[in-house]
Ligand binder design. Sequence first.
Ligand SMILES: [Zn+2]
Ligand SMILES: [Zn+2]
Length: 308
Amino acid sequence: MDTERTATEVFGLLADEIRLDILRTVARAQQGNRTTGVAKLSFSEIYDRVNVDSTSKFSYHLGELTGTFLRKHEDGYGFTHAGERLVRFILAENYQQPSDIGTIETDGICLHCGESGLRAAIQDQYFLLQCPACERPNFSYTVTPAQVQAHDGGALIDAVTWALVGDILKMREGVCPDCAGRIHTEVIPVSDQPLADTDPASFATSSECQQCLRFMSLPLTHAAAYHPESVAFHWEHGVDIMGTGMWEFHRYLHDGQWTAEQVGTDPQEYRIEFRREDATLNVHLDENATVTRTERVLRRDQGDRRTG
Ligand SMILES: [Zn+2]
Ligand SMILES: [Zn+2]
């Protein structure tokens, strides 16, 4: 069993260009050497590709990485989890600042004043959507420098949308999108939040990873919208929940098509109503924003007819 390493020791190992070169080399060689499973490289296969002037120097640096960032198998070297994460971070150059994207116009209406058309920009290294009329923030999300480098204009908006959807789906199942640790989610009243006076969302989710402290908060309506029953319901009514920027759902709060209310206190229970044309989907959630049941209601002249 390996002895525990401190973060200082682990990061100290990386402050050397030859070692970073070894990690990059292993990643590139693996890419060109894929058969089945994880490719393993021999000592000489790595040595031949790294710019180092002696075998003994190479051997020393490879030894320093082994155990923490590389694992020595019978048939060669491969990455540990830490090596895998670190080398992708280094290759993508996610330690750089995201480049300036200027402003990108996007659909969606302002959560606060109802104005149509929002503007995306990178601010404090976050993807931020702001209302051009009232200048209030409508949505912000983490972006990586590589994301900004690889996509521009509408493609960057799509890249943020899909990154967000992936994160939401994991969070909903209690899995941290960053470290795969355990996420704890609670429903909180929006009056606990600074935007309460003008925010039409009445409840929000507050999710936090117990291990890495990743945090995320969504209007409860928006969080419930990603439940499979809601995805299907909206799809049947011409709305693609998964492929739409979450900020575009603000319009449904403004026009009252989406509402949230607390319907029980002991235990706490919340009901979301999603209305489309003549149909309504009710989604019930508990205090941890877990969906407990769903119910479709068809509105007819003679009164409600419940299905499913
Ligand atoms: Zn506004
Ligand atoms: Zn985490």
